[in-house]
Ligand binder design. Structure first.
Ligand SMILES: Nc1ncnc2c1ncn2[C@@H]1O[C@H](COP(=O)(O)OP(=O)(O)OP(=O)(O)O)[C@@H](O)[C@H]1O
Ligand SMILES: [Mg+2]
Length: 258
């Protein structure tokens, strides 16, 4: 098994609060791992550490065979271009229009002809249902539209690793399913390694191969996505079924079980 992302005994604290207290997690090349856990449990922190946007207090993180720990921005440049990331808060550039935001990773990487960039951007925008919005500024977009621009940007350069932080938060069920279909289609085409965080556990579980459950600073469970609702640990089951602090409603779990 070739490993794309590997965290070993990662610790991270903010002030007095230890958010991650020994995270060990591997994602094989080409695999799709879903990361779930209660609000403020450190899911986004893990994603940021993997991208080298923040650094752990202790532990190692390797991405595509390279350590990202302690590296400065300039040293991470090449590796970053091999990673596509959708941020929870979109992190779109407000000085660029929709088209400019989606084209950004291609322009950063360089070596693409202008008409190739235009074609790729157009294809991506059509795929996320935003054809016709090319020239809108981010301030003119709804939350769901920003999410879709972020997805187009994360996938436009066929990155080897794609990281999604809440790709469907705030979207209606139909759009949510469309987005997951798109992510699945994309991953099947590129064979990218995927690490995805979502509070919509049911939709996420249909997309990923495996689920890891983050709880009180540790990975409490990791196993096949299809059987996460029957995990041996009652805390995992309660969370997935919506009885523990977490956004998944019982209704949805019952629907999924039906
Ligand atoms: N840069 C930071 N400085 C201080 N505290 C931080 C920072 N980043 C994250 N935290 C804290 O770390 C904890 C975990 O945050 P994180 O954003 O990873 O949660 P999460 O699991 O993604 O939650 P959510 O489901 O709400 O997105 C929170 O208590 C948050 O306040
Ligand atoms: Mg988060």
């Amino acid at each position: 098994m070739s490993v794309a992302i590997s965290l070993r005994d990662v610790h991270k604290r903010f002030g007095r609060r230890e958010v991650l207290s020994g995270i060990t997690l591997e994602v094989a090349k080409g695999a799709k791992l879903g990361l779930i856990g209660p609000a403020a449990s450190g899911k986004s922190v893990i994603l940021k550490l993997v991208c080298g946007l923040d650094h752990p207090d202790r532990g190692d993180i390797d991405v595509l065979g390279e350590s990202v720990v302690g590296k400065r921005e300039v040293q991470l440049g090449d590796l970053r271009q091999r990673i596509g990331m959708l941020f929870q808060n979109y992190a779109l550039f407000d000085f660029l229009d929709v088209k400019g935001n989606v084209a950004f990773p291609l322009e950063q990487r360089g070596g693409f002809a202008a008409d190739d960039i235009a074609k790729r951007v157009e294809t991506r925008l059509r795929a996320v249902g935003l054809a016709g919005s090319e020239h809108k500024l981010t301030g003119e977009l709804s939350g769901g539209m920003k999410k879709r621009v972020g997805i187009a940007r994360a996938t436009v350069a066929d990155a080897e690793i794609v990281i999604y932080d809440e790709p469907t938060a705030g979207l209606d069920p139909v759009t949510t399913q469309k987005i997951y279909d798109l992510l699945a289609e994309d991953q099947a085409r590129t064979g990218a390694t995927v690490l995805a965080v979502s509070s919509d556990v049911v939709a996420l579980a249909k997309f990923v191969d495996e689920i890891a459950f983050l709880y009180e600073g540790k990975i409490l469970y990791r196993g096949p996505a299809a059987t996460v609702a029957d995990a041996p640990d009652p805390i995992v089951r309660q969370f997935v079924r919506g009885d523990l602090e977490g956004p998944l409603s019982k209704e949805k779990t019952q629907e999924a079980e039906a």
